[in-house]
Unconditional design. Structure first.
Length: 278
C-alpha cells in the first residue's frame, strides 16, 4: 500500500509537470492510451480475455462513468492548482465512500462514523476556504475529481469477481482515454506535439501509474483491509513533499488544519469499523 501511494504521488507529479506544456485533454489521451496498451499486454501474458460479458455489466459501466469524471476533473486540478492541495483534498475519498456505502449498499454506519465523515468534510472546507479571498473555484475541480474516484471505488465493490486486476486496469485506463477525447471535443485546442520533456514525463507516468494501480489492487485483495487502508494516507505525505520539492509550493495553516481533520476522521472510521467487527 505504501508503494502504491508513493507511485500515485509520483504519477501526479509527472502529469502536473507535463501539463506545463500540454493541454489537459491531450495529456489524458496519451496517458490513457499508454496505460490501456500496457495493461492489455499484461492481461494477455496472464492469459486473460480482453473482453467478456462481465465487462459490460451494470457495475462496470457505472465504474467507467465515474472513472471518466474522476480522472478528468483531477487532472484538470493537477494542472491548475498546487499538487499538495489536490492531494490533500483527494484524501477525503474514503470518507465519501463510507457515506456512499451507507446510502447505496445499506451498510450500517453509526452516528460516530457519520460524525467523523462530517469532520472530514469540514477539513475539506477549511482547505478550500469558501467565502474568503483565498477561495478559488479551481479547487472545486479537485473536489469533483475526489467524488468521481469515490463513485468508482463504490462501483468496484459491486464489480464481478471474475475480472482480473489487469482487466480492471485496462478498462480504467481506457476510461482515461475517453475522458481526454471528450474534453478535447468540448474544448477544442490545436494539437500540440509533446516536446522532449513532456514526452519523457508521460512515458514515465504510464508505467508508474500501472504499477501504482497493480500494487493497490494487490494490497486490497490480499492484505487485511483494516491494516492496509490507513496507509493510504501516506500519499498525502508523498504528495506534499513532491509539491514542495519540485514545484516550490508552501503549506498554509488552513492546509495543515484541514489535513489533520481529514486524516483523524479517516483513521477514526477505520478504528471504529475494526472495533465493531471484534
Amino acid at each position: 500500500m505504501i508503494g502504491a501511494m508513493a507511485a500515485f504521488a509520483a504519477e501526479d507529479a509527472l502529469l502536473k509537470a507535463a501539463s506545463q506544456t500540454l493541454p489537459a485533454g491531450q495529456i489524458l489521451i496519451w496517458f490513457g492510451l499508454g496505460g490501456t496498451l500496457l495493461f492489455a499486454v499484461l492481461a494477455r501474458i496472464d492469459g486473460q480475455p480482453l473482453f467478456s460479458s462481465a465487462v459490460v455489466s451494470s457495475p462496470m459501466l457505472v465504474r467507467v462513468v465515474f472513472e471518466i469524471a474522476g480522472r478528468l476533473f483531477y487532472v484538470l486540478a493537477l494542472a491548475l492548482i498546487p499538487l499538495s492541495t489536490a492531494t490533500v483534498i483527494l484524501q477525503a475519498t474514503p470518507l465519501v465512500v463510507v457515506a456512499g456505502a451507507a446510502v447505496v449498499f445499506g451498510e450500517r454506519v453509526g452516528w460516530r462514523r457519520w460524525g467523523a465523515v462530517l469532520l472530514g468534510m469540514i477539513g475539506v472546507l477549511v482547505i478550500v476556504q469558501p467565502g474568503t479571498e483565498a477561495f478559488s473555484l479551481l479547487s472545486l475541480l479537485a473536489i469533483l475529481g475526489m467524488i468521481g474516484f469515490a463513485g468508482r471505488d463504490l462501483a468496484s465493490r459491486a464489480a464481478p469477481r471474475s475480472l482480473a486486476t489487469s482487466i480492471l486496469g485496462l478498462y480504467g485506463f481506457l476510461a482515461v482515454f475517453v475522458a481526454g477525447a471528450l474534453f478535447c471535443l468540448w474544448q477544442p485546442v490545436p494539437f500540440v506535439a509533446p516536446g522532449r520533456d513532456a514526452a519523457l514525463f508521460l512515458a514515465a507516468a504510464v508505467p508508474v501509474g500501472v504499477c501504482a494501480y497493480a500494487l493497490l489492487m494487490r494490497a486490497m485483495r490480499t492484505g487485511d483491509v483494516s491494516a492496509v487502508t490507513p496507509l493510504r494516507y501516506t500519499r498525502l505525505i508523498f504528495g506534499i513533499v513532491l509539491g514542495i520539492a519540485l514545484f516550490g509550493e508552501r503549506l498554509s495553516a488552513p492546509m495543515i488544519v484541514g489535513s489533520a481533520f481529514i486524516i483523524l476522521s479517516g483513521l477514526f472510521i477505520i478504528w471504529r469499523r475494526k472495533r465493531d467487527e471484534l
